[in-house]
Design a protein around this ligand. Sequence first.
Ligand code: ZN
Ligand code: ZN
Length: 378
Amino acid sequence: MKLSIDFSALHRAVAPLKHTVLEFNITSQATELVSIAGDLLKGQVLGRDIQLEDIDGTQGILNYNGHQVMLYIPDQGDDILAVLNDGKQGRRIHIAECSTLELMRNTGRFGRYDVISRMDGMFPVFGSSPETGETIEGDADLGVCKNCLKVLNYQRYDDLPWADKNTVFSDFNFESFFESYSSFFKSLPASSESAKSGYTSNWPAISARVRRQLNYNCEHCGVDLKDHVGLLHVHHINGNKTDNRRENLRGLCAACHKKQPHHGHLHVSRENALTINNLRRSQHKFDVFDYDRLEEFSDTALEGLNSKCRRYKLPIPDLGVMVKSGLKVVSIDLAWPRSKVAVLIKPDDQSLLQSEGWTVFSLGAAMKQFDQFQKQVR
Ligand SMILES: [Zn+2]
Ligand SMILES: [Zn+2]
């Protein structure tokens, strides 16, 4: 006997909006992370609560209403017990505009998918017990879709030999993933752990002193942030926020800070990232450029594309390039000035650049139509 239970009430339940305010140090801009509406944390039914055409996959990753989302099938059928025990046995989580989504878009047909946005790696699932037919539900640590990893070239998945691909798959962490692409979004979902408490009460004074001593220069890339002091953070090297010995502290620009391990909730806006790259460029921090340095300094969201460009031996792109168009100045995320090709994380300035003779690609288009893209670049 199979029990059929209607989960729609559960899926419709909407938790109140939560706000998490983070402050790295008192004079830096407070980095505010507003968690998404609770309904997306629980999953919304595709085709009923959220329509497929409202999910934008043009940048490769999935964007619903300014939030990064994933798609998955919560119904695990007879496998439910095995899946609750080991989520990697279950159906996969889609994080990108992969062939599964393309097929759904092209055919207009899809099974019972949920749209969800959370970083803890746990997903509500259900199924029926093979013995009793009873419905069983719980949370499972489902694995990520390998096609999605390939489409994004996430952590160079597509460029790696088979064994290393598997490591990327098994070590995949949703929090790091969201963090990598945060410049595409206004906010990140709330983390399972409360991220940024634990500073000592004298931290603002200590942080201010360190930054003053450094003359507001980043200790990693050397960018001078005198005119943007809020973009210089002070990082605890060993991760212990009560250990304020000078040797445990490092003054880092927001972009370098974001690249430190375990900074899942450090949200650097695209505007701030571009400002830092513009300054680095005008201060000649980019001289003698190669792919290793590109990786060090570019937005984490561009890693997949950069790695692919390296593999195909494309000319190295420039960071921090600004183009004047009339009275406006356009900052380009990734630029090949000689061939006038630009990759933009946000398409706002696309037409301005085009009017200056540039060919503009979104990240998703550059990845998907790579052949066409590389012909333009060369
Ligand atoms: Zn997929
Ligand atoms: Zn830096």
